[in-house]
Write a protein that binds this ligand. Structure first.
Ligand code: MEV
Length: 326
């Protein structure tokens, strides 16, 4: 029988990617492209169907703490590591006799393009375990567990994706471990009224780690990071969509100087600035996504031009996931 649904949003970096790796601030935002977990009753095991990967996992609850993750590839590994981590976390706190359940996971989020799909799947998996067992833990704790999963599977990670997906809000990332939720602030209120397009421009040609390494070897990186840091400091003071869009374009120019843009990404940013308030590459780059702050009066022209450029996907987004059934 059907028990309920849990969901998690995805994220975009609005300002500050790459510089954040070197200790400068960044601003991220949750967007309403979601991962859904449908929970059903189960007789004995935990059964997880990863609809998008065409994989199904059957787990004997007793064996979960000893699961060996070495032989799994990353999509499946995130889910298994998530289950193992929440079971061990709860066992350490005296919980036992966990209920089995069946979970169907599906996602709107394109993978490996900077939208935080893995963090969203990890959060959905852990929330479904907690929901089935009627256990609630503070968001801060949930965030710690999800971040440890990202670190274990990826080797290296910043808190950005996990925290943004769990708090479902606008966040100031202070460094790779620390963040502040900006709900209720001047910037949050301004962003709440914005309409964004998230454009999946092209498949990324390089992995995040490779791009971060290339950037680390850039001869002018210090100067460029400082300029990006100054933009992030200014963002919290802006009052209009025009100012916000202008800072997005400035941040994009600096990412271009760092060498992480592509000619197609630049074309999309140019269209976004022509028909909207501004646009920029979002995430590690080398392809991936552009975020556009749209002018609703000129949206149709923008969409038509994007179609002509043959981008992969266009999603309309506002801040955060609209409803949260936890
Ligand atoms: C990748 O989405 C963003 C980077 O700043 C890397 C990171 O923060 O982990 C490039």
């Amino acid at each position: 029988a059907f028990v309920g649904t849990v969901e998690a949003p995805s994220k975009v970096i609005l300002f500050g990617e790459h510089a954040v790796v070197e200790g400068y601030g960044a601003i991220s935002m949750a967007v309403d492209l979601r991962t859904r977990g449908k929970i059903f009753e189960s007789e004995k095991d935990i059964v997880i169907n990863l609809k998008d990967l065409g994989r199904s996992l059957t787990l004997d609850i007793e064996n979960i703490p000893k699961l060996d993750l070495k032989n799994y590839n990353s999509g499946v590994k995130y889910v298994l590591c998530a289950i193992k981590s929440i079971v061990n976390y709860l066992k350490d706190r005296g919980y036992e006799d966990f209920k089995p359940f069946k979970l169907d996971i599906s996602s709107d989020i394109p993978i490996s393009c900077g939208l935080g799909s893995s963090a969203s799947v990890v959060a959905t998996t852990i929330k479904s375990f907690l929901s089935t067992n009627a256990i609630s833990i503070p968001k801060k704790e949930l965030c710690k567990i999800c971040f440890s999963v990202e670190k274990e599977v990826q080797g290296r990670a910043s808190i950005t994706d996990t925290a943004t997906v769990i708090y479902n809000s606008v966040l100031k990332i202070k460094n790779s471990n620390d963040f502040e939720v900006l709900k209720g602030t001047k910037l949050y209120k301004l962003l709440k009224g914005c309409h964004f397009l998230v454009v999946h421009v092209e498949k990324r040609k390089k992995k995040t780690a490779e791009l971060v390494k290339e950037v680390a070897e850039h001869p002018r990186k210090e100067e460029i990071f400082r300029s990006i840091g100054k933009i992030v400091d200014k963002v919290e003071e802006v009052s209009t969509w025009e100012e916000l869009g202008c800072l997005m374009v400035k941040n994009h120019e600096l990412l271009r100087e760092l060498g992480v843009s592509t000619s197609k990404i630049d074309k999309v940013v140019e269209l976004g600035s022509r028909y909207g308030y501004g646009a920029k590459l979002s995430g590690a780059g080398g392809g991936g996504i552009v975020i556009i702050l749209t002018d609703e009066d000129r949206r149709e022209e923008l969409l038509k031009s994007l179609k002509e450029l043959e981008v992969l996907d266009v999603f309309e987004c506002k801040v955060g996931m609209k409803s949260e059934n936890q």
